[in-house]
Design a protein. Structure first.
Lengths: 375, 374
């Protein structure tokens, strides 16, 4: 008896492809939407803090303060607060400006102006910041501090002596552009969503429609069913990956410093893992709604715990452990390492190895559960 | 378009849908418990204050001053020192293989230059791939430099004028205060879209839609009737999330709870209606689900202003995000929670949310009507 009948598997492949791609809307969703998402997120998302609405309260005769204000607005960071005309007078309430959202930050001059304060040798410029967005608040303070330092240096020629200096070099992403860092992350998210959803829903659908019974009664082996059900989705995932990578490298100019075969290997390992996880979810689900819920839980947790939006290093130990059980974590690291840093062989082999292990583990568990369902 | 509406008939649809939901306890539990669970997990997990940054130190000077400099880094509580494994090349390899985020390279002349010229330099290599973490580390470096100057030479670097910052609404820059009100919006948006995305499609696939169509019930009644039970579930989820935010995370609820309630209601209905519209248009569950995820998950996470500031997006995309209910409710949620904003401050987001909600319900009804006619 043959272990695997290729004709049977091929038959399944055909059926599955026809079923998935029969609906022209599905073809669009599978082929066009990932590229559209990639473009929108690639162009729109930025972690750089810009367009900060700045209100100022100062005496109009204070020329130094005015220089600070001018320099703020000519930098790419700050824009005038809404309705600033009224803000200029000393009586307007800065708290109210921020609370109502007309300003993100308000800079308040020391009494008597900056020049006098420096002559006195004491005095502070106050900066009120809307800290309801923590990341933004910290950046606003950093930007304002550097602008004030620059203006004071230019106006008063006071240079604070600094015997110890750092010669800072930023590697891999010298301009600190967020797109270069974010695009590999969004690529992983998009690939993960497509493959998980397709696989988990497909088998649940057969269960709901009752066609699953027919498969069971046919003279086929579990392996054949499983391969026939998963290979199409692996192929679709790979095609998606290729188109997304092309877009990232050609349009978004994400550097590709590493080797393409490393990228391909990492992608294949990741997609096999997610397809196996999708299959696993579908063995638990009784119908498509449950498959969807299961898929959602996995996607939400894995997307947020992959170090794409939030750095993993700062998380508590339990969450860090969970994050390191997430295949996305390794895939995102692989993508970034291969694309931005040229792929350190040590890291690439370790992480691809981990992904392969995860793929084998989930595939085995799905096989067992699937077998169980079939009997 | 026939917008005939009989509340009694809508209620019977609601009742029917309720049975449907009750029959699937898994989905019901998920819909109510999951938002709280996710908010709790990520509220605890997400921390923006970067700590324990791996720093490879390569000290070829090995003098009192260079050791003192390393000590400033290690005692700053931001950095974890990884001693160099030999050559300078390793200091760079550590960044490649992600053993460290930064490398400090001290050349042999470090102390000599400080004593002879009163001015010395150390090289700081930083992994810039993650631009936001790199930005934070650069921010720390300013403070480290000040501390190093003081410790090594006794010079107190004092700016001629001091900038005093007051952080309003979140004085300690607590990450959960920032994350939780936003995450609640994201989780509830996605779940609501998913919940209704399959309802109508399922009835088409199972054939029960034909039964429903043979009764005198009108499209608007079906839509409203199907929305009611899910809105109740959604409100329960919102209530639980708010309780966890206040009691679990100690986030002050600065604004008016009624206003927040009204906002949540409109928001919920808008998201549920979005799912409903998908379901009405698509009619197959597999495809509905794909579209629900595409229009729900990533846009709510990435384009709602949750983490990535809308203000930094190009104008086109800023305008584009206005079609997302979660963008508007994000402003309302954070505004009411932390800033205590009132209706006047939030009139624009409320208007946006209300318009979206109406458009979605009307479109779903209209498209539904078209389906009724053969």
């Amino acid at each position: 008896m043959k272990l695997l009948n290729f004709v049977t598997v091929l038959g399944f492949l055909k059926k599955e492809f026809v079923q998935v791609l029969r609906d022209p809307r599905m073809r669009i969703i599978l082929m066009v939407i990932p590229m559209m998402q990639m473009s929108v997120f690639g162009l729109a998302i930025s972690t750089e803090v810009k367009n900060i609405k700045l209100g100022t309260i100062y005496n109009p005769n204070d020329s130094v303060f005015r220089r600070i204000e001018e320099r703020s607005f000519s930098s790419k960071w700050f824009i005038p607060a809404i309705g600033r005309g009224t803000l200029n007078d000393l009586n307007s309430d800065p708290l109210e400006q921020i609370r109502s959202g007309r300003a993100d930050a308000v800079l308040i001059s020391p009494p008597g102006g900056i020049t006098k304060a420096i002559e006195r040798g004491e005095g502070t410029v106050q900066l009120l910041i809307d800290a309801s967005n923590v990341i933004r608040a910290q950046s606003i303070e950093r930007y304002m501090q550097s602008i004030i330092n620059e203006v004071i240096r230019d106006e008063f020629h006071i240079v604070a002596p600094t015997p110890i200096n750092f010669d800072v070099r930023i590697l891999y992403n010298p301009a600190l552009e967020s797109a270069i860092f974010m695009v590999p992350g969004t690529m992983a998210m998009i690939l993960c969503i497509v493959t998980i959803l397709l696989t988990s829903m497909s088998i649940a659908r057969e269960k709901e429609m009752g066609t699953f019974e027919m498969i069971i009664s046919a003279p086929v082996k579990t392996w054949e069913v499983l391969l026939g059900k998963t290979i199409p989705f692996i192929l679709i995932g790979l095609i998606n990956a290729a188109s997304i990578y092309m877009l990232a490298i050609i349009v978004f100019k994400v550097p590709m410093k590493g080797l393409y075969w490393q990228l391909a290997m990492a992608t294949l390992a990741f997609i096999i893992t997610t397809v196996s996880i999708g299959t696993l979810i579908s063995t638990f689900a009784k119908n498509q709604q449950q498959a969807m819920m299961g898929g959602f839980i996995f996607l939400f947790l894995s997307n947020l715990l992959a170090g794409i939006m939030f750095p993993l290093d700062n998380m508590p130990l339990i969450m860090k452990t969970a994050a390191y059980m997430n295949p996305m974590t390794y895939f995102v690291k692989l993508l970034r390492n291969i694309m931005l840093k040229g792929g350190s062989p040590e890291l690439v082999w370790t992480y691809v190895g981990i992904l392969v292990a995860m793929a084998m583990f989930t595939a085995t568990v799905s096989y067992k559960r699937f077998h169980h369902t079939l009997d | 378009m026939n917008l005939q509406f009989n509340f009694k008939r809508a209620l019977s649809i609601a009742k029917k849908e309720k049975f449907h939901i009750m029959r699937d306890p898994f989905t019901l539990t998920m819909a109510t418990i999951l938002p709280v669970l996710l908010v709790l997990i990520f509220g605890l997990a997400i921390e923006f204050n970067v700590k324990d940054i791996g720093l490879t130190v390569h000290d070829s000077d090995r003098t009192f001053s260079s050791r003192k400099l390393v000590e400033v880094f290690s005692s700053s509580q931001y950095f974890n020192i990884n001693p160099s494994r030999g050559s300078i090349v390793d200091a760079i390899n550590d960044l490649d293989s992600e053993r460290s985020k930064a490398s400090l390279i001290i050349e042999p002349e470090f102390e000599h230059n400080l004593l002879a010229h009163g001015n010395t330099k150390a090289q700081f290599l930083l992994d810039g791939a993650d631009n936001s973490t790199a930005g934070v580390i650069l921010g720390y470096l300013g403070g480290i430099q000040k501390a190093a100057n003081f410790k090594l030479t006794g010079t107190l670097v004092k700016e001629p004028i001091e900038l005093k910052t007051r952080y309003l609404f979140n004085p300690e820059l607590s990450s959960p205060w920032f994350i939780v009100p936003g995450l609640a919006v994201v989780v509830i948006a996605i779940l609501s879209i998913l919940l209704t995305a399959l309802t109508v499609a399922r009835e088409w696939e199972n054939g029960s839609m034909e039964l429903l169509l043979s009764t005198p019930v009108q499209p608007l009644e079906i839509i409203i009737g199907k929305l009611i039970p899910y809105t109740v579930i959604g409100l329960a989820a919102v209530l639980l999330v708010v309780l966890v935010a206040i009691l679990g995370f100690g986030i002050p609820f600065a604004g008016n709870i009624m206003l927040f309630g009204i906002g949540s209601l409109i928001f919920l209905i808008a998201c549920l209606a979005q799912g409903m519209l998908i379901s009405v248009l698509i009619r197959t569950q597999q495809l509905s689900m794909q579209i629900a995820m595409v229009t729900g998950l990533l846009p709510s996470l990435l384009l709602s202003g949750f983490i990535f500031p809308l203000e930094s997006m190009p104008k086109v995309f800023q305008n584009f995000t206005s079609i997302l209910p979660s963008k508007w409710f994000m402003i309302i949620s954070r505004g009411i929670f932390l800033k205590g904003a009132d209706f006047i401050d939030l009139k624009l987001p409320f208007l946006g949310l209300f318009l979206l909600c109406s458009i979605l319900i009307i479109t779903a009804t209209k498209k539904f009507k078209k389906d009724l006619e053969p």
